[in-house]
Design a protein. Structure first.
Length: 195
């Protein structure tokens, strides 16, 4: 709905009414102009107050959302840190008799992705969150590849190489968790309670 025609119509009605009051009851013209100015000022101040309240509520909502995301990010990063640092690894015996110790897990950085897209963090922080989420997805891909090699009974060198790739990505994610927690001022919890 366009406001310009409404404003013009309102001004026209006020002008016509003012002319009629001046012509038929000239003694009431001053009262009418006082009423008109008071109504205009009330309208203006109501609009200003409404805009101010809207901005304030928006800022409060943004702050609450930011605090909620900070809390959830801290929880997600703490959980990922515990799983990737101290998670139960699987020991596999290779055909040569050598053993490898590999962490087979899938990570889902859901809160991290949501936080990166939220617009509540600055450009560098959002970019780092996106890179972190991509590394987590990369770890899942490498774990899938490793499991595929196991199923296909691939040569030992391929299994060892895939295991090293998983371990390098896991270590990089742990480093990123520490960097992100410092950059975003998140407190990582070192333990969780079972439900």
């Amino acid at each position: 709905m366009k406001t310009r025609p409404i404003l013009l119509l309102t001004a026209l009605v006020a002008l016509v009414y003012s002319v009629l009051v001046a012509h038929y009851q000239s003694t009431k013209l001053w009262d009418w102009l006082n009423t008109l100015v008071a109504a205009g000022m009330s309208f203006f101040y109501a609009i200003v107050a409404g805009i101010h309240l809207y901005w304030r509520q928006s800022a409060d909502a943004k702050m609450a959302k930011s605090e909620e995301l900070q809390l959830l990010l801290g929880a997600e990063l703490s959980d990922l840190y515990r799983v990737l640092k101290d998670g139960a690894k699987t020991y596999l015996q290779l055909p040569s008799g050598n053993k490898i110790n590999v962490l087979i897990t899938y990570v889902q950085p859901l809160v991290t992705e949501h936080a990166a897209l939220s617009g509540l963090f600055d450009g560098t922080q959002s970019e780092n969150l996106v890179h972190f989420a991509r590394k987590c997805r990369m770890l899942n891909t490498k774990v899938n590849y490793f499991l595929g090699l196991l199923q296909s009974r691939a040569p030992e060198e391929m299994l060892v190489h895939a295991h090293e790739n998983i371990d390098e990505t896991r270590a990089a994610i742990i480093g990123d968790i520490q960097q992100l927690s410092g950059q975003l001022d998140l407190k990582l919890s070192d333990s969780h309670q079972a439900p």
